[in-house]
Unconditional design. Structure first.
Length: 134
């Protein structure tokens, strides 16, 4: 499963879509909106949906991970739109025969997501200020 969506993410649904009968584990990463950034208290974060460009980047990360690691499947799902503190903004699930491969591929995918996906977001702070990252 590779997707960019404005809907709330369900890690359980993504894990179910990722696991295979020959997998011994599913390693996951669940990214959350934290309550602070830049020494300020966060009210919400709004991610801008870049459409198919984002999906292409996610797909390339998954394809690379599948070539680099002996994994059975990988899902990478990113949420866009307005997210409140505690909301899930990213779920990565990796099914593999063994935990070492699954964990390594999951870590790789998180790092590549952070490095490759353009950060188009607005952070709104409780003090009324805003930070734009484009």
């Amino acid at each position: 499963m590779i997707a960019v969506t404005g809907k709330a993410l369900s890690p359980e649904e993504i894990i179910t879509a990722t696991k295979t009968s020959d997998s011994g584990c599913v390693a996951t990463y669940v990214g959350l909106i934290r309550d602070n950034n830049r020494d300020k208290m966060v009210e919400y974060v709004e991610y801008i949906d870049r459409g198919q460009d984002s999906v292409k980047i996610l797909r390339s990360i998954v394809e690379e991970a599948k070539k680099k690691f002996p994994i059975n499947d990988m899902s990478l799902v990113h949420r866009t739109g307005k997210l409140n503190v505690g909301d899930i903004n990213l779920v990565i699930a990796v099914a593999a025969g063994h935990r070492q491969e699954a964990l390594a591929a999951c870590s790789f995918a998180v790092d590549e997501f952070k490095a490759r996906l353009p950060t188009d977001k607005q952070e709104k702070y409780l003090d009324g200020t805003t930070n734009y990252a484009f």
